[in-house]
Design a protein around this ligand. Structure first.
Ligand SMILES: NC(=O)C1=CN([C@@H]2O[C@H](COP(=O)(O)OP(=O)(O)OC[C@H]3O[C@@H](n4cnc5c(N)ncnc54)[C@H](O)[C@@H]3O)[C@@H](O)[C@H]2O)C=CC1
Ligand SMILES: O=C(O)[C@@H]1CCC=N1
Length: 260
């Protein structure tokens, strides 16, 4: 996820490679990212803190405890700390880093790589309006971003954080449908992906309700209503609601198991 954000931000021109550093205990990971993007690889998290104003914590929730312990001695109120870890609360991060630390919690998603991310963020009690502006600009450069109360971030994680995987599965299944109906795989996958992309843009750019746009496609006694009936019989709406709810629930569970 960090790689997608770094590449997306440099691609958008909101920062330049010489202003970004990465640290990762896996030398191959940090060196490859540095080589491919032109950013600097730091030898340790400690070295990163010394040279940075904004620290983005992009490790697995299960690794956050260790990282926060490493950083506690060196992070000051002069740093803005941005966490993208699912399920790790602002209170957990603030408690580990010490009083007065400026913390923002973000839930991005991987299409940020292409400037099409969907992100939400919440401010910790010491984060300033300038910090909000920095994070908003950083996320706007890689897609759309919205500020929410922290209590909504598990729901965001279930919807847009995990959502790309749900959509990829839908695209793969639509492509299977095309193949089942006789199309070559490459044609089917292109048509499926472009149909999802175009439909998403229709929702965002016409501001019409998705149900109204659905009705525009659906002729009386036609092909679309036959397909919609099959989807309703299979419970697709319920399955997608369950998927988002399950992922949101898991995000809340990670809060309990994450940094110890
Ligand atoms: N993958 C996704 O679509 C999204 C992930 N996230 C969050 O982003 C975070 C990272 O997830 P991924 O990028 O998928 O995982 P990843 O496993 O691809 O990346 C985590 C990186 O952290 C490094 N790392 C481990 N311990 C470290 C330490 N002590 N110091 C510095 N680096 C360390 C690992 O070597 C690895 O390169 C997670 O907390 C996840 O919840 C949030 C939104 C979307
Ligand atoms: O699966 C995960 O835990 C991460 C968080 C959101 C997307 N991927």
């Amino acid at each position: 996820m960090a790689s997608a954000l770094i590449r997306g931000m440099i691609r958008a021109g909101v920062t330049t490679a010489d202003l970004v550093s990465t640290s990762d205990p896996l030398a191959s990971t940090r060196d490859e990212l540095a080589r491919e993007t032109g950013i600097t690889a730091a030898a340790s998290n400690f070295a990163m803190v010394e040279r940075s104003d904004v620290l983005v914590l992009a490790v697995k929730p299960q690794s956050m405890g260790q990282v926060l312990r490493e950083l506690a001695a060196v992070v000051t109120p002069d740093h803005l700390v941005v966490s993208i870890a699912a399920g790790v609360s602002i209170a957990t991060i603030s408690d580990a880093l010490g009083a007065g630390r400026r913390v923002v919690r973000v839930m991005p998603n991987t299409p940020a790589l292409l400037g099409e991310g969907a992100s939400a963020y919440a401010l910790g009690p010491n984060a300033t309006s300038d910090d909000a502006a920095v994070v908003q600009a950083f996320l706007d450069s890689v897609g759309r971003a919205v500020r929410v109360p922290e209590s909504q971030l598990d729901a965001v994680t279930g919807l847009s954080g995990s959502g790309p995987a749900f959509v990829y599965m839908i695209i793969e299944a639509l492509s299977d449908g095309g193949v089942r109906a006789g199309l070559p795989r490459d044609v089917a996958t292109m048509l499926a992906a472009q149909t999802v992309l175009g439909s998403a843009r229709m929702v965002l750019e016409t501001n019409l309700h998705p149900g109204a746009l659905k009705d525009q496609v659906t002729s009386p006694g036609g092909t679309t209503i036959a397909g919609l009936h099959a989807l309703e019989r299979a419970g697709v709406r319920g399955a997608l609601i369950d998927a988002v709810q399950a992922a949101a629930h898991r995000s809340a569970e990670l809060a309990a198991v994450a940094p110890q």
